[in-house]
Write a new protein. Structure first.
Length: 561
């Protein structure tokens, strides 16, 4: 019996919690099929060692979904670990870990992928790989790549011919601290994407005091490091403004992401820290950031604990018009419901997320609507933090109505595909439509084994419709990152925000996905661009991908204009 079922029985017997009584109606729901092999993806992650012996090796790596060659199909960039002298145990002779590299797989558009790493020039073998951030930093219409490492970070500029060029030194973004998470945002609304880098801890390979069962020292054994905020000058270079704008706190940052939680038109930053209070930096009109995590109620878990937070995800799971925060961690996770007044309410237990996922150590986690019903569901990538011997299943949680009209989640492991009955040690993951059929597929990076590509198969005859939106900024940044999009179908309203670096170590599909349920028409789409321009669009048709271009000739409200 799965542990979730045991927890439900115990809770019902001893606590009498009536919210376990929800029995969903019989529905035809999507299943996920592992197509890794048939897609030609052979990437295997390595932690650089024969035995997981330290926290660097345990942290894992991520993945980015991007269309690097602008052919309309999502490509996949995998980040890898490697053998690293001074970190890995001594390796002599033929050690494959020494030749490990990152990998770029081009989507051929026919269900198959081709490894183009070498010809594209993005192997990035200079450090131990962590995160992949995909965004257009020079506004030329082509997606660039920023890679965080234990070692120097790397910025690859897209040459627009299928290749990339390492411009790290010239750009000034080669942070050499141990960087884990990274996110792109235009914090001052000047039309150029800036980079926030979450730095983790000051790792000392020589420190070996630890509880024997843990295998190696944990995060509390090392001091945290200051993060970095790089402002894009718009000329190919960046300047470190960390101290100037007030984000120089020493946390142990793992997941970082940016979204406008207070709906004032300026992107804010959430930092998920390991074994410490999380940060919520409120953007004061591009001039400075103020940490409001404690006042907002998102610094600690519902029990007041400093959790081992991993990633984080912004999304409007209850469709009330503002962005809620999902924080995967080593225990019960945290789901913070945005109250719309600068404060959040912890609904982890009442939403049932804690009961479903409490036995798992969760790293990657994201909101996405896998069944097109218009309500954001959740995916969790799970794996033990200290040993490969205790692998775990990943979790798929469906957003359903509760007994009193509130939104709750149900465990969908049964009936969603054989993959959810398999175990691994997963870390980074990303969601996106890899086959352009309108539904969201999943890519998962697993430590010390092959990664997984899961295809979302909608049931035949499903009545649910969908829409995907590509944003094209003109006066705002080219990607439209920071734009808020509202889709209205009758009285049903959904909001999304364009983000990048929006998952643990990973970047999701750049297109915004909206499940429409049985609605076969959309009344109106509203886009509030980062510079303050509001645009209204009346689309024609559903079940399609549309592009919305920011109108030109309208003054923006960004700083310095």
């Amino acid at each position: 019996m799965r542990v979730t079922s045991c927890l439900k029985l115990l809770a019902t017997a001893f606590i009498g919690l009536s919210f376990f009584e929800h029995t969903p109606a019989v529905e035809l729901l999507p299943t996920f099929v592992d197509i890794t092999a048939q897609a030609g993806i052979t990437f295997r992650h390595t932690f650089g060692d024969r035995h997981m012996s330290n926290i660097v090796e345990a942290t894992g790596s991520g993945v980015a979904l991007l269309d690097y060659n602008n052919d309309g199909f999502l490509d996949i960039y995998f980040v890898n670990g490697c053998y690293l002298p001074g970190v890995s145990e001594e390796c002599s002779g033929n050690c494959p870990e020494k030749s490990a590299r990152n990998a770029l797989y081009r989507n051929n558009g026919d269900g198959a992928f081709t490894d183009v790493t070498e010809e594209a020039g993005v192997a990035d073998t200079g450090g131990y790989g962590m995160a992949a951030l995909a965004a257009d930093f020079d506004n030329d219409g082509w997606t660039d790549l920023y890679i965080t490492n234990y070692g120097r970070n790397t910025l690859y500029r897209n040459n627009r011919d299928g290749t990339f060029r390492d411009v790290t030194t010239a750009a000034g973004v080669g942070d050499t601290l141990w960087s884990v998470g990274a996110t792109a945002l235009d914090f001052d609304n000047d039309g150029f994407l800036d980079i926030y880098v979450g730095n983790y801890l000051d790792f000392d390979p020589a420190y070996r005091l630890y509880y024997a069962a843990d295998e190696f020292p944990g995060p509390l054994s090392y001091p945290g490091l200051p993060d970095r905020l790089y402002r894009n000058r718009g000329d190919g270079t960046f300047v470190d403004v960390t101290s100037r704008v007030g984000v120089k706190n020493n946390g142990r940052a793992m997941g970082v992401l940016a979204a406008d939680y207070d709906d004032d038109g300026w992107p804010d930053i959430y930092v998920a820290n390991d074994a410490g209070a999380n940060f919520l930096y409120r953007n004061d009109r591009g001039l400075r950031f103020l940490d409001r995590a404690l006042q907002a109620g998102v610094a600690f878990s519902e029990s007041g604990s400093e959790t081992s937070s991993m990633g984080a995800s912004f999304g409007d799971y209850d469709n009330d018009g503002d962005f809620d925060i999902l924080v995967p961690d080593m225990r019960y996770k945290s789901l913070y419901s945005n109250l719309g007044n600068g404060r959040f309410r912890d609904v982890t237990f009442s939403s049932k997320i804690a009961v479903i996922s409490g036995q798992y150590v969760t790293w990657g986690g994201t909101f996405f609507d896998y069944d097109h019903d218009g309500w954001l569901d959740v995916y969790f990538a799970n794996g033990d933090a200290h040993t490969l011997g205790y692998s775990q299943e990943d979790c798929l949680l469906r957003n359903v109505p509760g007994r009193n009209g509130e939104r709750v989640f149900e465990d969908m492991w049964k009936g969603s595909g054989a993959f959810f009955r398999t175990k691994a040690n997963s870390r980074g993951m990303a969601v996106g439509d890899i086959d352009n059929d309108g539904d969201l597929d999943i890519v998962v990076v697993n430590i010390d084994r092959a990664s997984t590509l899961l295809r979302n198969d909608q049931p035949a005859g499903t009545p649910n419709h969908w829409l995907m939106i590509t944003l094209k900024g003109t006066r705002s940044n080219r990607d439209g990152i920071g734009a808020k999009v509202t889709v209205r179908t009758g009285s049903f309203v959904q909001v999304r925000q364009r983000m990048a670096g929006d998952n643990y170590l990973s970047t999701n599909d750049p297109r915004l996905h909206f499940g429409l349920g049985r609605n076969d028409r959309i009344d109106e789409i509203t886009v509030r661009w980062p510079g303050g321009v509001t645009q209204r669009v009346v689309p024609t048709g559903v079940d399609r991908v549309i592009t919305i271009t920011e109108p030109t000739g309208v003054p923006r409200s960004g700083r310095g204009r």
